[in-house]
Design a binder for this molecule. Structure first.
Ligand SMILES: *Cc1c(COP(=O)(O)O)cnc(C)c1O
Length: 416
């Protein structure tokens, strides 16, 4: 007898996946960290590779039967080396956070001082936030942004670095709409003898094509997720100079992890191949053009856009002048088919779980080939919803319009 399909074996899970598929088709994905992996990436990810154990690295494994796996991992690495101009690549971290932990393990001892952008200013948990292991096991000295223009103040970073002499300095963000000056971080790291780690989790797709300047060759180590602008499967990757290759590889395995997720590695290899195509460069430029267009359209509708606009794929909106808390807005927008997240804005007087802002990103809508005309429509809808977040009739009407729009813009990897 043939093996049962998922829907025959587990109709509950099959139904939930189908519902999620429908949701991803019918709504506008505006979460800055999300994207749509291609059908090819998903095929590689949903393959027999999930069955295989491969502790170690190519040609130095602890299990037999690596004929295909070694080639897959080597292909992923060589494609990424070409794409990012990196001397050494590790594709085994299970995701972005474990990739960052490998940096700590490779370069720091518990109790060492580390510096990163504080979470309330757009930094990531793993850059030393108090609830993260990175803030518990290390002495964290966060830097912030300038009050006047909400941009990272490199003079403050330098001053803090000179005062606290960190072992490790992070340059990387999760809710920051402006270009990072990696060369300035490098000079500060050199002045105080710190290891410079760039975390390009959000922007690696833009970095791959030069739409955002690259830290590869400037930072000692560069970490990233593979599923945000890069548009691969969920995973992590680390680029380093040759001199740190052994330390990073040892930190990932056996320091932190066991067997790599080979199905993910194959998906990363496929995404790296896609990223080498000329269309991908156009795609990443369009992400930024769309974010700028959306930002300008929102400013024209009286929204307060943090820093006045964006250089990258995301916008941070301060809703204080609209008299609507971020969470009320994000929930109403989601009911209207525009799925984003509430977010703290710099110097937010409200609490993190109920902040003043919204974060919006254009990677996923750009993957659906939506352009500036859609961004203008989006700004109109957002304006309508934010000015009446409890008007359920209006919300239902907009949700219908969003559904109609989405019908003409198929999302990669989503079957309708
Ligand atoms: C998303 C993100 C990560 C963590 O990635 P996960 O895959 O969620 O663990 C790390 N650093 C930055 C800057 C991020 O934005």
């Amino acid at each position: 007898m043939a093996e049962p399909t998922l829907s025959a074996l587990d109709p509950e899970i099959a139904r939930l996946i189908k519902e999620e598929n429908k949701r991803e088709h019918e709504t506008l994905r505006l979460i800055a960290s999300e994207n749509y992996a291609s059908r090819a990436v998903m095929e590689a990810t949903g393959s027999c590779l999930t069955n295989k154990y491969s502790e170690g690295y190519a040609k130095k494994r602890y299990y037999e039967g690596q004929e295909s796996i070694d080639q897959i991992e080597e292909l992923a690495i060589s494609r990424l080396k070409t794409l990012f101009g990196a001397e050494h690549v590790n594709v085994q971290p299970y995701s972005g956070s474990p990739a960052n932990l490998a940096v700590y393990l490779a370069f720091c001892k518990p109790g060492d001082t580390i510096m990163g952008l504080g979470l309330p200013f757009g930094g990531h948990l793993t850059h030393g936030h108090s609830v993260s292991i990175t803030g518990m096991y290390f002495k964290s000295v966060p830097y912030g942004v300038r009050k006047e223009d909400c941009r990272i103040d490199m003079e403050e970073v330098r001053k803090l670095a000179k005062e606290h002499r960190p072992k490790l300095l992070w340059a990387g963000t999760t809710a920051y709409p402006r270009t990072l000056d990696f060369a300035a971080f490098r000079s500060i790291a050199d002045e105080v003898g710190a290891v410079l780690a760039a975390d390009i989790a959000h922007i690696s797709g833009l970095v791959a094509t030069g739409v955002h300047p690259s830290p590869v060759g400037i930072a000692d180590v560069v970490t990233s997720t593979t599923h945000k602008t890069f548009r691969g499967p969920r995973g992590g990757m680390i680029f380093t100079k040759k001199e740190h290759a052994a330390a990073i590889d040892k930190a990932v395995f056996p320091g932190l992890q066991g067997g790599p997720h080979n199905h993910t590695t194959a998906g990363i290899a496929v995404a790296a191949l896609e990223a080498q195509a000329p269309e991908y460069k156009v795609y990443t430029q369009n992400i930024v053009d769309n974010a700028k267009a959306l930002g300008e359209a929102l400013v024209a509708r009286g929204f307060s856009v943090v820093t006045g606009g964006t250089d990258n794929h995301l916008l941070l909106i301060d809703l204080t002048n609209k008299n609507v808390p971020g969470k009320v807005a994000s929930k109403a927008l989601a009911r209207a088919g525009m799925v984003a997240n509430y977010n703290a804005v710099p110097f937010d007087p409200r609490k993190p779980f109920d902040p003043s802002g919204l974060r919006l990103g254009t990677p996923a809508v750009t993957s659906r080939k939506m352009g500036k005309d859609v961004m203008l429509k989006l700004a109109d809808w957002m304006d309508e919803i934010v000015s009446a977040p409890e008007d359920e009739a209006k919300i239902a009407r907009v949700a219908g319009e969003v559904r109609d729009l989405c019908a003409s813009y198929p999302a990669p990897g989503i079957v309708v």
